[in-house]
Ligand binder design. Structure first.
Ligand code: HEM
Length: 152
């Protein structure tokens, strides 16, 4: 398995990559909003139960499966483009992988925060949590510029 191993399937695989990226990002834009509403509803057991269920469904059905698919297909594209052979001109991909790694860390943090909220624990202030909501948009902007423009 090396550069070019995807052969004629390359463009289909890249299309699948972008499709799962859209699913993952859709989840990453909605999920933090759920956390804000959940935290503002703490103290009302019916409201808390509703958000806990919604977060669990979003995590299980969209967020986690989409992230796994983006990584698996993305790494296949990375092998296809010659990452394992150390081909020149892939600095954009190295930088992209770093930002995607950080975004995956944010994903993990948000899932952990949701589990804390399910126990009625709020770690950040409402304002702090709203600020954290902006992280995925910033990350996506950087990642897509790196992936499409390939500036270095
Ligand atoms: C999870 C780790 C990821 C890896 C290993 C990865 C790897 C890659 C590779 C190697 C390509 C280039 C394929 C080529 O042109 O031959 C690519 C394309 C692309 N990736 Fe990713 N990617 C990942 C995550 C993401 C994420 C999170 C986003 C967006 C938020 C993203 C957006 C894109 C886009 C838009 C393209 C198409 C670029 C173009 O055709 O010009 N990728 N990815």
């Amino acid at each position: 398995m090396g550069a070019g191993f995807l052969g004629a399937a390359y463009l289909w695989v890249k299309a699948a990559h972008v499709i799962f990226v859209i699913f993952w990002m859709a989840g990453m834009f909605i999920f933090p909003r759920y956390l804000v509403h959940h935290q503002e509803g703490l103290g009302d057991p019916a409201e808390e139960a509703r958000w806990t269920t919604r977060e669990a469904k979003l995590r299980r059905i969209i967020l986690t499966p989409a992230m796994i698919a983006v990584w698996v297909i993305g790494l296949a594209l990375a092998v296809n483009i010659g990452l394992l052979e150390g081909i020149q001109g892939l600095a954009w991909l190295h930088a992209k992988l770093l930002v995607v790694f950080l975004l995956s860390g944010y994903h993990g943090w948000a899932v952990g925060y949701s589990k804390k909220l399910a126990k009625g624990q709020a770690g950040l202030s409402n304002r702090g949590l709203r600020m954290m909501n902006e992280v995925p948009a910033l990350a996506v902007t950087i990642i897509v510029i790196l992936a499409v423009v390939k500036p270095f």
